[in-house]
Unconditional design. Structure first.
Length: 185
């Protein structure tokens, strides 16, 4: 990793995980495999900040730890990249358990429960899919009708402006949210 840490992907240790590595990696991983409009790719770091914000808006009683879990919901992608679910299934190996081991190590590193509760997972997934709707319709070429067919429509009154940031800006935004949430814990 950029920090100098060596991360064993098969047996990740929380001691080898640094938030700066996560922020850097996620800021450089493009959602939609980079097939988006604009000067910059829309990064997983920026997506993660939006998902955390949506969780706070849609579920205002969410705890700070739950919001931090939302911010880190795609954190394993800092080393494995962003792959669409059908591709993960086609790999022919237990990708989900590999990703889950890394996610558990990340959660433990930052003082979160190793396993995300089913209820919180469902809430974060809802926010994730709503964010994907905005990404699809604003920067990935989907019409509103196509977006509604593939993703969860946002509730009335909820809107997110998806404007891709530079890598450095996305990394900084992710770190700012992380630090603010950790300060509030």
């Amino acid at each position: 990793m950029v920090s100098g840490r060596r991360l064993d992907l098969l047996d990740p240790s929380p001691l080898d995980i640094e938030i700066e590595d996560i922020a850097r990696g996620l800021a450089r991983v493009a959602r939609w495999n980079g097939q988006t409009l604009g000067e910059h790719a829309f990064s997983v770091a920026q997506h993660s900040v939006i998902v955390e914000n949506l969780l706070a808006r849609l579920f205002p009683k969410s705890t700070t730890a739950e919001r931090l879990t939302a911010l880190l919901h795609d954190a394993p992608e800092y080393v494995v990249g962003d792959m669409i679910s059908p591709f993960k299934a086609a790999l022919g190996l237990d990708y989900k358990s590999f990703e889950a081991r890394l996610e558990r190590a990340i959660h433990v590193r930052f003082g979160l429960p190793a396993e995300t509760s089913a209820q919180l997972h469902k809430r974060i997934k809802r926010c994730d899919i709503i964010c994907a709707y905005f990404e699809a319709t604003q920067i990935a070429g989907f019409t509103a009708e196509e977006g509604a067919d593939f993703f969860t429509l946002p509730p009335d009154g909820v809107y997110v402006d998806v404007a891709p940031m530079s890598v450095l800006d996305a990394e900084a935004a992710f770190l700012r949210r992380f630090e603010a949430l950790c300060d509030a814990l």
